[in-house]
Design a binder for this molecule. Structure first.
Ligand SMILES: Cc1ncc(COP(=O)(O)O)c(C=O)c1O
Length: 383
């Protein structure tokens, strides 16, 4: 039967993610638009984003945090381009974005001593194979397969290499092991539902030491440069951005951080996201047609929740037909105004991906789940 109750907010995209409950354009009223980001007011707002983020995330006091261009991609690539080459590199690749970083290391940076530890969609590479004498690049949460690392226990405390972590779909939703990470990156458009275009990069003292003692063996565009004359450009980490940010986006980021504080800070955000995963887990447990793409429950993402269709009749279809029918579910729900952007990522196996980060209300997922059953039933009539 077609459900009647619809989610209050049908936005379940994995980025840009849903705005927080109660968000409106009013939140941007105090934006310092038309002002210089280098004026006192602009700099103060940028510094406030940094300070509130540090505090909310419980970042170690001796780490630095900066706002950088080009979203999470900009942050990850500036780290890789600036830091890699001194020693061998291990990259963990198990879905689209982490595979992209492996591709950068191989084809763009052309690193001489590179190992890519791979796994397919749904799995993690064998984490015991990582060599901590080398630098290691990985994503905390693989957004396109919904597979996350379960914790930081596999990262050596006494590592000689640097751990470089793309945490864009993990920070503000998962407990990440700060003391095991030397570079952590994310963007505003993810868990707190901010706007695109701006990235953040956190550096441990060891990452800063590498930057100051190892000049990158390649040309660096201006937007990747974090040192000058062998010294960290400290201003980047106090709100003096490398180039011009959007002060409208800055205001929105501040609004997101304040909302995050209002729901109990990091523990509150994690609890909201875990409740979202639980809602889907309970539904999957009773489902005759849907299952999780991640094979292990401990690696199941609570942000980018990836589902596959387990119905044997669907499994018997050609890959092309499977893809077509999965897309039909997505477009049916879109048309009904029930769920937007819940298709699997373009490189991932056919299925659904539902964002469960903190800005999504669990009640909206409860409203969505009967619609998934309805839409699958409709599509199932066609095969
Ligand atoms: C793990 C991961 N890395 C990188 C990116 C790219 O992020 P951005 O578009 O913010 O640069 C994404 C976006 O979804 C992601 O999920």
């Amino acid at each position: 039967m077609k459900p009647t109750l619809k989610p209050h907010n049908p936005c379940f995209s994995s980025g840009p993610c849903a705005k927080h409950p109660g968000w409106s354009l009013e939140a941007l009223q105090k934006a310092a638009v038309g002002r210089s980001h280098r004026a006192k007011i602009g700099k103060a707002k940028l510094a406030e984003v940094i300070e509130r983020s540090r505090k909310l995330l419980g970042m170690p006091a001796d780490y630095v945090l900066g706002i950088v261009p080009a979203s999470d991609t900009g942050a990850v690539e500036m780290a890789m381009w600036s830091l890699l080459g001194q020693r061998g590199v291990d990259v963990l690749a198990w879905e689209s974005f982490s595979s992209g970083w492996a591709g950068d290391c191989k084809s763009q940076l052309k690193l001489a001593d590179l190992r890519v530890l791979k796994a397919g969609y749904g799995d993690l590479p064998d984490l015991t194979q990582v060599d901590w004498n080398r630098d290691v690049v990985f994503a905390w949460n693989g957004t396109t397969s919904g597979v996350k690392v379960p914790n930081g226990d596999w990262i050596a405390a006494d590592r000689a290499g640097l751990s470089i972590c793309d945490a864009t779909s993990a920070v503000f939703a998962m407990d990440i092991a700060w003391d095991k990470l030397d570079v952590v990156t994310w963007s505003w458009q993810k868990v707190l539902g901010g706007e695109g275009g701006h990235g953040m990069i956190a550096l441990s003292p060891r990452a800063v030491e590498r930057l100051e003692t190892y000049p990158a063996p390649r040309p660096l565009p201006k937007i990747f440069q974090m040192t000058k004359g062998g010294k960290l450009i400290a201003g980047i980490f106090t709100g003096e951005t490398i180039n011009t940010p959007s002060l409208l986006c800055v205001e929105d980021a501040l609004d997101g951080l304040q909302w995050a504080e209002s729901v109990g800070g990091l523990p509150g955000l994690i609890a909201r996201s875990q409740a979202n995963l639980k809602a889907i887990e309970d539904w999957v447990a009773d489902s005759a047609w849907a299952g999780f793409l991640p094979k292990e429950a401990a690696t199941r993402s609570n942000t980018s929740i990836c589902l596959r269709i387990t119905d044997p009749a669907y499994g018997a279809l050609t890959a092309e037909a499977q893809d077509k029918h999965a897309k039909s579910i997505v477009s049916l729900l879109d048309k009904e105004g029930v769920a937007y952007d819940i298709g699997a990522y373009r490189d991932a196996p056919a299925g659904l991906r539902i964002w469960g980060g903190a800005t999504v209300d669990t009640s909206d997922l409860h409203a969505l789940l009967p619609w998934l059953d309805w839409a699958y039933g409709e599509v199932r009539k066609g095969f």
